[in-house]
Design a protein around this ligand. Sequence first.
Ligand code: ADP
Ligand code: MG
Length: 722
Amino acid sequence: GNESRVQAVYQITNREPLPPKAPKKLEDLWATDVFTLSKMQEYLPKSIFKSLKNTIQSGEQLDSSVADVVAVAMKDWAISKGALYYAHVFYPLTNATAEKHDGFISVQSDGSVISEFSGKVLVQGEPDGSSFPNGGIRSTFEARGYTAWDVTSPAFIMETDNGSTLCIPTVFVSWTGEALDKKTPLLRSNAAMNKAATKVLKLLGNTNVAPVNSSCGAEQEYFLIDANFANSRPDLLLAGRTLFGKPSAKGQQFDDHYFGAIPERVQVYMQDVEERLYRLGIPAKTRHNEVAPGQFEIAPFFEAANVATDHQQLLMTVLRNTAKKHGLVCLFHEKPFAGINGSGKHVNWSVGNPTQGNLLDPGDTPHSNAQFLVFCGAVIRGVHKYGTLLRAVVATASNDHRLGANEAPPAIISVYLGSQLEDVFEQIRQGEVKGSKCKGVMNIGVDTLPVLAKDPGDRNRTSPFAFTGNRFEFRAVGSGQSVAGPLVAMNTILADSLNWMADKLESELAAGTELNSAIHKILKEVMDEHGAVVFNGNGYSKEWHQMAVEERGLANLRTAADALPVLQQEHIEELFNKMGVLSPVELASRFETYSEQYIKSIEVEAKLVISMAKTSIYPAATRYLSELSNTILGLKELGLDFDTESIEKVASLTKSMMDLVSKLSLALSQHDFDSPEEHMQYLAKTIRPLMDSVREYVDALEGEIADDLWPLPTYQEMLFIK
Ligand code: ADP
Ligand code: MG
């Protein structure tokens, strides 16, 4: 029956709310748990600090004598913060964060103990990472990989109820040098982009060019539901989404949740989260309700891509752990509930340096505008040439529910520029720039490139890849994903395009072409060859889906099963190899790992569908049928006529559901596949539709069966009771 539901509602209604924490001053919180540069300065001798700072800025290998001193200082600081353990934190291919804890404890020969932490263990660790997916790079008999401190991302203290741990962000590589994680390729992609961007900037006449870095600001959407409900739903516990559930009478149709007042319990939770984030040096900036009931968003201020990526992982951990403390469960699944919006993670991305500034920001002078157009053109070329790669890096079983479901960007990758910028690029394509559309600002004369207005103002929510004034926003990223993969793809395709531009510029300039004409010529070529990817209209419309594929030749890879094999294509392998981001072996290991994840997650869901239908829904249905039939028989004995329509309906729905469950079980026992591609297609085209059909009957039954017999917390309860 519905005892667990009644219990849950009772628990929630009578719950003692956690008191809100007294707000603290930002200065008192900010980065108190981070071993920041200023703390290093305080704890380290001058010369050591200088040497470490250099290493951080150049990203070079740390000198071992320096490392020893840094380790002792770091340990002293960590111990002063109450830490007894340290951990090398790394980012395996699972989207998760992994850590192995070791104590500072060292036992002496006389049995006494001291705390110890050497440069060697700070710089390098050796977790037994043999059970992380590595896509065949390491066979288990040589299952050792090692972690190495990434000095560009600061160490921090992670406080949990079980004590504090000094956490050291690291890369995770095999002894033969292959990247086993998501951080290593990110660092490499950034280096490749820096190299190419520097070349271009110099050709554009800049003499002083500081290293170019990519930046990332990620907007994280998530759902919060009470733990009492989540714990009585096997699907939420094991798959992170509801596999059954009839949409409640009220959903998001009134738009009353979006940007509405944040429920008090959630607000107390958010403040708790933000306090932890500030202590970790994560610049949480905006918070609000999202479109769906029970859905929220948090967006920190942008940071260097590498640090932002580590912080993104940490942010998800903090959101999840803090929820537990507040009796809530935080869901990062891309589609936890049918019928209402799912969750995404908009990845805002740009590139820049201290000398030239944000290179995707239209500037105040014709020179900086020209520079901006070059970088923007490079992005356009990259997205067109490698659009399917951008699709592949957001391809997961869970994100399939979102992409193309008319609430999130379509699976077709196009670029939105806004009307002003589109107009400028269109003029470039036509061969003559007359001026900029916006506010009539223009600057003709010596320079043929227009001055662009800072804020083009218009927004388009339906585009997967949108220019938003001074950055691009990649909106197809899933809420549960690491942002590393998307950033690696964006940096790498940009590096490739900038290299191409540098070569072109170089030969034009060598042939005596004047700089602005050369730029114009190259941008015209970009638009001629790649302008098809620019689309400012409604990305949800049927017309676009048809036009994109038939007229513009863009790919529409609907499922992850269609998109992941892109990682095996030759031109993708060549791209990553040439840019020094992923070797063919490393890329192959990614395909293998991600397709395995796709396969496993659908199989887990299918098994859950079967077991929940059999052990929860079927019993509820038969109990109800027995109740109904007893009633009808009783009434008949009394000579009363009773309508049998509802019993017939429940009986037939139950039978159809069980027939489909048998079909699904049988289909799932098929294990004979020649390749992961074939297996994925089978899951996408056969298993998923069968799961959906079972659901149809289950949800119909939910609308028929007595509520006090229904075993699972309903959408209404989960989304509206807090
Ligand atoms: P919106 O909801 O309108 O898209 P938000 O303010 O929620 O905007 O999020 C925008 C994100 O973009 C923030 O994280 C912000 O810091 C980030 N951002 C702004 N400028 C840049 C930039 N140059 N590079 C990367 N991210 C940026
Ligand atoms: Mg956004």
